[in-house]
Design a protein around this ligand. Structure first.
Ligand code: GCU
Length: 421
């Protein structure tokens, strides 16, 4: 069946099935806890990236310091914290600047939003070039965590989100199907066309948004795409809506932002707001939540009932939450987190830390009172360079204490959080 029709779009190429094996294993979804609850000002930086000969100029929008509510400010200082990536790709003849109705909402809510500015070409959308361009934009955006003003502010561990409208919606759906990018854990194709069969290489929660009277991209094609995808998935239909009419309906950004909060931050309160966000006499809301699987959880070292023998500090940027544990410089000083396991078994503990000295800071890993490992927290170079150490430990069903205990007089590294999966 020829699925891809969009204005004068030509027949689609065979697709990218041969590429499948070249992609890395699935990014695993982690639940990070509540998304930021107060809006940020929005900053923007331009990057003139390329993919080979193809220009991939991208405006990266991000949470910034300053008063929320205004227009994006070029090169504004980034807000304190660490934020997941949620891309937006515009449609034919448009631009990031013309798409602020959704970009600004995402960035203000606590997302890094790389928005490429493409001179769209229908053939390139249909043969996968533009989807691959977005993959390159995601790679470049993730790399910004290592250098420049956004360094240390990007959550590179959780996976990425992608969204886009019209041709950008097709590019987005293409990244879940014919030209899969396994880093994607959340997606929002808006006014899209079905670009192919779902790829088993991508495990993403997908929200479709479409007007059921769209004369440009067929509602039925997007319905087919929705029907084929496994949960979690949702479809927000604007009844009587055209290709773009929902841009001015506040239900659109509100629903998309809560979708992103749930799927990227693991904010279950945002998920529970979705029906209220989306439902009205002019909309239809369909949601298949599916099973979340063994959801991960983030435990911040500064949040009670965690115990920090030392001080909770916030003077070294790049931490998540409101601070980190700066343990006392002494043998035996500890940072303890209380973590919950839904079932007994081996869990993966991702300990995020910084060690700005030149020497490793060894520690014992003590779980429920028993020392189970010795961990070397190597130098990260500076106190603002955060790194994640992946450990494994057996956990009991229910509550467990996980303690990192310094074994030298230098004390622990600074401890930001532990992700438990
Ligand atoms: C510095 C640094 C602290 C760190 C401490 C240490 O004082 O600012 O954040 O905890 O060194 O050596 O442990």
């Amino acid at each position: 069946m020829k699925r891809r029709t969009f204005l004068q779009a030509g027949a689609a190429a065979a697709g990218g099935a041969a590429l499948l094996n070249a992609w890395p294993a699935n990014a695993s979804a982690a639940a990070l806890g509540p998304a930021p609850s107060t809006p940020f000002a929005v900053g923007v930086r331009r990057y003139d990236w390329r993919r080979g000969s193809r220009p991939c100029t991208t405006y990266v929008y991000y949470p910034a310091t300053g008063n929320p509510g205004g227009n994006p400010v070029s090169n504004a200082a980034v807000a304190a914290g660490m934020f997941p990536i949620y891309n937006f790709t515009h449609g034919y003849g448009s631009s990031p600047q013309n798409s602020l109705f959704i970009i600004r909402a995402l960035a203000a809510a606590g997302f890094i939003v790389p928005a490429p500015h493409f001179q769209h070409d229908f053939n390139d959308v249909n043969n996968g070039n533009t989807s691959r361009d977005v993959s390159e934009v995601l790679t470049q955006t993730l790399a910004l965590n290592g250098t420049g003003p956004l360094s240390g502010h990007i959550d590179t561990a959780v996976g990425v989100g992608v969204s886009g409208h019209s041709l950008g919606g097709m590019v987005t759906h293409g990244l879940l199907t014919s030209w899969p990018d396994s880093r994607i854990i959340s997606a929002n194709p808006q006014s899209c066309v079905d670009m192919g069969n779902p790829s088993s290489a991508v495990k993403a929660k997908v929200l479709f948004v479409h007007g059921d009277q769209d004369p440009t991209t067929s509602y039925n094609s997007a319905r087919q795409a929705y029907a084929e995808l496994p949960p979690a998935k949702a479809f927000l239909t604007f009844l009587g809506g055209s290709h773009t009419s929902f841009w001015s309906d506040n239900r659109f950004p509100t629903t998309v932002v809560d979708w992103a909060r749930w799927t990227m931050y693991g904010d279950t309160a945002a998920r529970d707001r979705l029906p209220g966000d989306a439902t009205s006499a002019r909309t239809r809301w369909e949601f298949v939540p599916g099973s979340d699987g063994p959801a991960g959880q983030r435990y911040e070292a500064e949040n009670s009932p965690a115990v920090c023998q030392g001080t909770i500090d916030s003077n070294h940027a790049g931490y998540s939450g409101s601070g980190f544990c700066n343990g006392t410089s002494a043998v035996g000083a500890y940072s303890e987190l209380t973590v919950t396991a839904v079932a007994a078994g081996t869990a993966t503990l991702g300990v995020r830390f910084a060690n700005g000295t030149g020497a490793a800071r060894p520690a014992s890993l003590v779980v429920n009172g028993s020392t189970v490992a010795t961990v070397s927290f190597e130098s990260t170079g500076t106190w603002t360079a955060w790194s994640t150490k992946t450990l494994t430990a057996a956990l009991n069903t229910g509550s467990n204490t996980v303690r990192l205990v310094s074994t030298t007089a230098a004390g622990l590294p600074n401890v930001d959080f532990i992700d438990v999966r």
